[in-house]
Design a protein around this ligand. Structure first.
Ligand SMILES: [Zn+2]
Length: 382
């Protein structure tokens, strides 16, 4: 397993380019990374902006689409003073010529949904988001901290988390997930295959799950552009985690289905606009790299779980880097996601002893990459 495939590194987003423009083998286009308060045009009427994050990868992308006499913005950043300042600079700067009337949020995570409520109240814009993501984001934003913390704590303790680092996760990283400004009173639900007309373009919603309940990808087949949220990226591995409010979920089932949906729906020459990295081309290679990494982690897990292991015990065996307190709970939740996938495939068994959950390998054969990408042909039309 390469360093870049290391679970902890992937989770901590440590393999980001540090803000430099990334030129992939198949992506000769170079776009200037937008500075705070500025936008980079990446196609006629499509602009790329970046908002600061106070944790790795330290920035999140937003996209601004020209909607004739208005702007539609895709994703909004985490609810923070720094994000507010960036939005104010954008509104009084490159966006000053016309109003923002629609805000489309790909998925509920704080770095994407966080500023939607604030921005909607400030501009009067309407929020567009899938029902599933809205419900998840609203429950995260509305739940009292005490209840959230208690649920997370008992979930991670059951999965073998050590106490000092668990307490630090609850005090630090876990709180980041709730940095979501109160949501607007109303929203427009968007669903699979819905057309979203923006200016002269029509985007189709591609439903994507696994990283979050039902994210919305935006595909313009005519112009070969795909805004994918965090579901697809060039070098990072999109995190897939079992969250404490759905402790028995198997999110990889939806994630793998979505990988294959992307492969079937998005032509190879499409410009991919991701949530954190630079725009890139080469969807098949990106999916293949991700499938390779997932396969490697699964096989490491199966090797490590020859003796019963809790998810907490598996973390250092799957990751060479210490996730630190900021990401610790999330790393455990990611290990649980892999374990639940392997359980569903019949490669692991699960036992509960004294309230603690252990996983044991039952099938010694290695997982093949085809489990993650069973199709080999990429369709050229959606
Ligand atoms: Zn994100």
């Amino acid at each position: 397993m390469t360093d870049s495939a290391s679970l902890g590194q992937a989770i901590s987003h440590a393999i980001t380019s540090g803000g430099s423009v990334h030129d992939t083998e198949s992506a000769p286009n170079i776009f200037a990374v937008p500075r705070d308060g500025e936008l980079t045009q990446i196609a006629p009427g499509i602009f790329w902006g970046r908002l600061p994050l106070h944790y790795a990868p330290h920035h999140v992308n937003i996209y601004v689409l020209d909607d004739g006499d208005a702007w539609l913005v895709v994703d909004t950043g985490v609810d923070s003073t720094a994000s507010r300042e960036s939005w104010l600079s954008l509104i009084s700067g490159p966006l000053a010529s016309k109003p923002i009337t629609r805000i489309l949020v790909t998925h509920w995570h704080n770095d994407h949904l966080g500023m939607a409520g604030w921005l909607a109240r400030r501009t009067g814009a309407t929020l567009l988001i899938s029902d599933e993501e809205h419900q998840r984001g609203a429950s995260q934003a509305d739940q009292p901290r005490q209840a959230r913390d208690a649920r997370e704590r008992s979930y991670l303790l059951a999965h073998g988390a050590a106490l000092p680092v668990l307490d630090r996760w609850l005090a630090e990283g876990f709180q980041n997930m709730s940095l979501i400004s109160p949501l607007p009173e109303t929203y427009i639900p968007i669903g699979p295959r819905d057309p979203v007309k923006v200016g002269k373009r029509t985007f189709q919603i591609l439903p994507l799950s696994g990283h979050s309940p039902l994210a919305s990808g935006l595909h313009c087949s005519e112009d070969h552009i795909f805004i994918c949220g965090d579901q697809l990226s060039d070098r990072l591995v999109p995190p897939v985690a079992v969250m404490s409010d759905q402790p028995d979920a198997n999110p990889y089932a939806g994630f793998i289905a979505s990988m294959n949906l992307i492969r079937r729906s998005i032509p190879e020459d499409t410009l991919i606009l991701p949530g954190h990295e630079e725009p890139f081309r080469g969807v098949a290679a990106a999916l293949a790299r991700q499938a390779t990494k997932h396969t490697e982690v699964c096989n490491r897990l199966l090797k490590a779980a020859h003796e019963p292991q809790s998810a907490g015990e598996l973390v250092p065996q799957l990751s060479r880097s210490d996730p630190g307190s900021t990401w610790f709970g999330f790393v455990v939740s990611r290990v649980v996601a892999y374990a639940h996938l392997l359980l569903a495939w019949g490669h692991l068994s699960r036992v509960v002893t004294d309230g603690r959950i252990y996983f044991t390998t039952t099938l010694t054969e290695e997982i093949e990459i085809s489990r993650f990408l069973p199709t080999t042909e990429t369709e050229t039309t959606p």
